[in-house]
Design a protein around this ligand. Structure first.
Ligand SMILES: [Fe+2]
Length: 281
């Protein structure tokens, strides 16, 4: 993995931030997650960010997250799309707005959705679930009605998400929430560098195009939110953008006219094969 770009910390010692995502407790199992968290502990991070898709249903989400209690450092948590799949007695909105934040806070972790962390040395961490809005669709994918109609053949969210929003509508909500945080961090004189974590990728260099793989191309509308990336790239302080959801690790750079580039990455967890990446700031 190439080195992350440097930035001026004003003499404050660096931070070691470890980011993971897509742990899928139901596939990975408690023993493997316990060993995984022990490995995280040996990395001696200053902060751990868990980027969503921890476990389904809710009691497995809670069991997965509780295994992080052995860590000495703060743990910040974002939701993934699978974390808000419905099961009897709950709804996607109740999970997102009430039940998941309550579990996270009960464990004394930080619910990162809508609540950024400002760390020593002028570093801020923010994040969002960042829902897909079909902006990653390929040119011959047809109109939006066709993409909506065939979603259930490509994405289990079609079956397990129960809100009335369309995907673009819910993407707008996530985008506005995150941009509000970004504007506040941009205006905060204590912040010089922002690292943003989104469950869903927001830049095209966060996934392989694979144009010869038709099924992959047809699944792209439900995998990323490039509209959010276009908005995020205008924020000068944004220097790092890390995502999950893709189950395939990748690292890149988004160049910007007149602004510092944004280093991008995707956490390379496979299904039942969790991974982390280290962000040295
Ligand atoms: Fe996901």
């Amino acid at each position: 993995m190439p080195a992350w770009p440097e930035f001026d910390r004003g003499g404050v010692p660096g931070l070691r931030i470890l980011i993971t995502s897509d742990l899928h407790f139901e596939a990975t199992g408690p023993e493997a997650i316990r060993r995984f968290v022990a490995g995280i502990d040996r990395e001696a991070p200053d902060l751990v960010v868990v980027g969503g898709d921890l476990g389904y249903p809710l009691h497995l989400y809670e069991q997965c997250l509780a295994l992080f209690l052995v860590l000495d450092c703060p743990v910040a948590v974002l939701p993934g799309n699978q974390d808000i799949w419905t099961s009897p007695g709950t709804s996607s909105i109740a999970l997102l707005e009430e039940q998941l934040p309550a579990i996270v806070r009960e464990l004394d972790f930080h619910w990162l959705e809508n609540d950024p962390l400002v760390l020593p040395g002028g570093i801020a961490i923010c994040g969002s679930l960042g829902w897909y809005d079909y902006s990653a669709r390929v040119a011959d994918d047809g109109d939006l009605q066709r993409i909506v109609a065939r979603k259930d053949g490509f994405c289990l969210d079609a079956e397990y998400i129960d809100w009335e929003y369309t995907d673009p509508q819910f993407s707008d909500i996530c985008r506005e929430r995150l941009l509000r945080q970004m504007r506040a961090l941009e205006d905060n004189p204590r912040v010089s560098c922002v690292a943003c974590v989104t469950h869903v990728p927001v830049f095209a260099d966060q996934y392989e195009p694979n144009p010869e793989d038709e099924r992959w191309c047809r699944s792209l509308p439900y995998l990323a939110n490039l509209t959010l990336g276009e908005a995020l790239r205008t924020f000068p302080k944004l220097r790092y953008l890390i995502s999950g959801h893709m189950h395939s690790g990748l690292q890149g750079v988004v160049e910007r006219d007149g602004l510092d580039p944004i280093a991008t990455a995707v956490v390379g967890s496979g299904y039942g094969r969790p991974r982390w990446l280290v962000l040295e700031l």
